[in-house]
Design a protein around this ligand. Structure first.
Ligand SMILES: [Zn+2]
Length: 434
């Protein structure tokens, strides 16, 4: 990486649960935040950014995506998870290849950067092609290969090998921006043998795990009738759960399962828009937070959301808890902001590197323009301004690993129009192949 210094002048810094009510200067040296103070005068910086009338936040962390599925945005809507997957998504996915996944990931990366997400955790196929898109885009990612064996031994071996290859080829690549996790798809598509093998390999190699758990009532019924236990009870009974496991959705939870999640320090990725759109249910997020469980946020794939705007997702999370509990005091804007930043970092094991604006941490930062109709007048509570008033299009500048990926809403690493054109062509081809 080439040497690089950026000085951001006059920014209002909003950290989760901490706001300095006076503009600050921030000095970035290479990939790290090297100084924050009232005034930094440095003549020799490569670049100065004037952040007057802008709020500076840690880059947002999206803990559950299928980035290549951005290609399938709007392909099938208003259906149950079952019909959506079986009749619409899986037939198109059968014709996927590495190129389509690469284009889908580039399209997703454009949207993430433009809406202020600097880190995302992804589970899908052709992940080395996704890694290529990540390398080019400059964003940070945790990638996992979605392993499905349906109890078939040969398939199981091949799936595990695929994820291990991804680890060998991509972990810690792209200046350390890419990490690799295991991605067993779910307790109903991955066999007990596969889950146990993943646990063993995760322990041996210190690799995190990304999995869907307890998304729908149907899943609870299916797992319960097959295993005699609810999904989290079953996963606990085979020794699968631990602090390195990030569970997407986790909508249907018994009190006993919440106890298990807490005791095993399992991380939860809450995906409210996808859960609402597929009518899966409402995750008991405020109850999980009361139990000091780490709840992060995710958009899920754009085909069940249908966008990757994390600010919108955080607002939805907050409003959904309020209406579900009939208590407007739950999931405050401060708590929501923490879900989208430091909790996400913690879930991915990256809390020492990202999730807050702090000296010594990675320079993953975003600037939000407050000089916009939906942001005026400034609230005395900046997190309220961000969570309830803003949306992704208020993000003005996105920096990841010390590199500017967007400035004044113009991308620096990717050619937006070229990617839109290729994405449209790719979906046309995929649809023709059905
Ligand atoms: Zn998902």
């Amino acid at each position: 990486m080439e040497n690089n210094t950026i000085l951001i002048k006059n920014a209002l810094i909003l950290n989760p649960n901490n706001f300095i009510n006076k503009p600050q200067d921030i000095l970035i040296k290479n990939d790290l935040i090297s100084e924050i103070s009232d005034e930094i005068t440095d003549e020799n910086v490569d670049k100065i950014i004037d952040a007057t009338e802008k709020i500076l936040l840690p880059g947002l962390v999206n803990t559950h995506t299928h980035l290549s599925m951005t290609l399938f945005r709007g392909l099938a809507d208003d259906l149950s998870l079952d019909e959506w997957l079986n009749d619409n998504i899986w037939p198109v996915e059968a014709n996927l290849n590495g190129y389509y996944c690469y284009i889908g990931a580039l399209l997703g990366a454009v949207e993430l950067i433009k809406s202020g997400t600097t880190t995302f955790s992804d589970m899908y196929f052709y992940m080395e092609d996704v890694a290529k898109a990540i390398e080019e885009s400059g964003i940070r990612a945790v990638l996992s290969y979605g392993m499905i064996d349906f109890g078939d031994e040969e398939k199981r071996k091949a799936e595990i090998e695929e994820n291990l290859q991804l680890y060998k080829n991509c972990h810690n690549t792209a200046d350390g921006r890419i990490k690799v996790f295991f991605g067993p798809h779910s307790p109903y598509t991955a066999s007990e043998e596969l889950l146990k093998e993943v646990r063993k390999l995760a322990d041996e190699n210190n690799i995190g795990i990304h999995i869907h758990v307890s998304e729908t009532q149907k899943e609870i019924n299916d797992v319960s009738s097959e295993k005699g236990l609810r999904p989290f009870e079953y996963l606990d009974s085979i020794g699968f759960l631990g602090p390195d496991v990030v569970c997407a959705h986790s909508v249907w939870l018994s009190d006993n399962e919440i106890e298990i999640i807490k005791e095993k320090d399992v991380k939860i990725s809450h995906n409210p828009c996808s859960n609402m759109k597929l009518a899966s249910g409402i995750a008991p997020v405020s109850k999980l937070l009361e139990n000091d469980i780490c709840v992060a946020i995710g958009t899920d794939g754009a085909s069940s959301n249908n966008n990757l705007d994390l600010i919108e997702e955080l607002k939805t999370a907050s409003l959904l808890q309020k209406v579900a509990t009939l208590d407007p005091k739950v999931l405050t804007s401060d708590e929501s902001l923490a879900m989208g930043t430091i909790n996400g970092a913690r879930a991915l094991g990256l809390e020492d590197e990202i999730g807050t604006v702090e000296v010594g941490k990675k320079a993953d930062l975003i600037l939000i323009d407050t000089n916009s109709a939906n942001m005026v007048p400034d609230s005395s509570n900046l997190s309220s301004n961000i969570i309830y008033s803003a949306n992704g299009s208020n993000v003005d500048t996105t920096i990841c690993n010390g590199q500017i990926l967007m400035e004044n809403r113009k991308l620096t690493t990717l050619d937006e129009q070229d990617i839109y054109k290729k994405a449209r062509e790719a979906l046309d081809e995929l649809k023709k192949a059905i």
